[in-house]
Design a protein around this ligand. Structure first.
Ligand SMILES: Cc1ncc(COP(=O)(O)O)c(C=O)c1O
Length: 417
């Protein structure tokens, strides 16, 4: 970044500061990953100069014959990776992928069922502070209090009672497999559309270690970040019969010009996610999450739903009498980043919480194996027991730094100069 260094040294220093933070810390935020350097190259590529609207062969601007090739390549790769009939890779984010599907099939005030945010869903699944909850009549389903799995019976009862036009599932903090077939059957029985937001688990789906919702859902939305480990954006998969309405839902329904540089990076993301190396990475991500879960359980913390089938753990801290906020802050102090998170039926407020959410994608990309999870688990335990003890936390900072050196970011093969 030598040009930036000269023309905007202040911003350059901030970029370096963030690079150093990423290098020297341990990242356990479940939605994060480290992208391959090719993704950064493509996101910073000359495609950023081109403006276009519409889709390949149907553009509102001239000069699109090259970007058409790129977008078609990305579409074909997405379809092949997830075995889908149609793909739209233009959504600027996961939220906009969801907005585009809603805009394709719903009218304002239509009734929709979605998983509650405080029980694992996402803001765009009907939360009242979000556009989804303001525009549409979302009814929330939740988890079974005993199993902490989706309460499919409640979902079915609500579906029969409210006759929604669309049922949405998928989540930001749901560690387990979702029974897509069961929800699809419920949707079919009442003549509703069925949409799965697989943003968190798309990489696991691509690797064949999480059920593929494409088989059951009319619409599947996702991000290319999180477990897919790629570009910062969204995409939609659907059956061919919905292709036109989904495309219209994206443009002109909810977006303007396409982010071609990001779409090029998505095309790369889909290619990489089809490799054996990526499959092995995803398998290790899940093994690491399961190992870390066991260690935290041995220490006496409680895992929501008892464990995980994915990259994600939702940890109930109440057995140790600490809050999500306190542990998030103390872990951040020693260099481990996690986020405080509501647990199902949480008695605490959203800014305090009784839980933390942990994900193992980023640390696994740095080469972590089960042995490293023992060190991570032990540091979390020590931090939990010494939240007020600054000397002890300062000592633990050293252990995090050593771990981050043992697991170098980009194998130490990337620098900003
Ligand atoms: C399940 C789910 N859907 C959608 C999104 C939104 O994605 P974005 O942040 O790209 O808008 C997220 C992001 O956290 C998510 O977890």
């Amino acid at each position: 970044m030598y040009r930036l260094k000269n023309s905007d040294p202040v911003l350059y220093q901030i970029v370096r500061e963030e690079f150093n933070r990423q290098k020297s810390g341990i990242e356990l935020i479940a939605s994060e990953s480290y992208v391959p350097i090719e993704i950064m190259e493509l996101q910073g590529s000359i495609f950023t100069n081109k403006t276009t609207e519409g889709f390949p062969g149907r553009r509102y601007f001239a000069g699109c014959h090259v970007v058409d090739k790129m977008e078609n390549l990305g579409i074909e790769r997405a379809k092949k990776l997830f075995n889908a009939e149609h793909a739209n890779i233009q959504p600027h984010s996961g939220s906009q992928a969801n907005q585009a599907v809603y805009s394709a099939v719903l009218q304002p005030h239509d009734t929709v069922l979605g998983l509650r945010l405080d029980q694992g869903g996402h803001l765009t699944h009907g939360n009242r502070v979000n556009f989804s909850g303001k525009i549409y009549n979302f009814i929330s389903y939740g988890l079974n209090k005993e199993t902490e799995l989706i309460d499919y019976e409640e979902l079915e009862d609500l579906a029969i009672k409210h006759r929604p036009k669309l049922i949405v599932t998928g989540g930001s903090a749901y560690p387990r497999f979702i029974d897509f077939k069961r929800i699809s059957d419920i949707a079919e029985s009442i003549g509703a559309y069925f949409m799965v937001d697989m943003a968190h688990v798309a990489g696991l789906v691509a690797a064949g270690i999480y059920p593929n919702p494409v088989e059951y859902a009319d619409f599947v939305t996702s991000t290319t970040t999180k477990t897919l480990c790629g570009a910062r954006g969204g995409f939609i998969l659907c059956k061919e019969k919905y292709a036109k309405s989904v495309d219209k839902g994206v443009f002109p329904g909810s977006q303007g010009s396409a982010h071609l540089h990001i779409m090029a990076a998505k095309a790369y993301t889909f290619k990489r996610a089809g490799t054996e190396e990526f499959k092995d990475l995803m398998k290790q991500v899940v093994k690491n999450a399961q190992k870390l879960g066991e260690i935290l359980k041995e220490y006496g913390l409680r895992l929501v739903s008892g464990g995980t089938d994915s990259h994600l753990l939702l940890v109930d801290l109440r057995p140790k009498g600490i809050t999500g906020k306190a542990l998030e802050e103390a872990l951040d102090y020693v260099g481990i980043t996690v986020n405080k998170n509501m647990i199902p039926f949480d008695p605490e407020k959203p800014m305090i919480t009784s839980g933390i959410r942990i994900g193992t994608t980023a640390i696994t990309i740095r080469g972590a194996k089960e042995e490293d999870m023992e060190e991570v688990g032990d540091i979390i335990k020590e931090v939990s027991e010494n939240i007020e003890n600054k000397n002890k936390l300062d000592f633990l900072k050293g252990r995090v730094l050593n771990l981050s050196k043992r697991l170098p970011l980009y194998n130490g093969d990337y620098d900003i100069v």
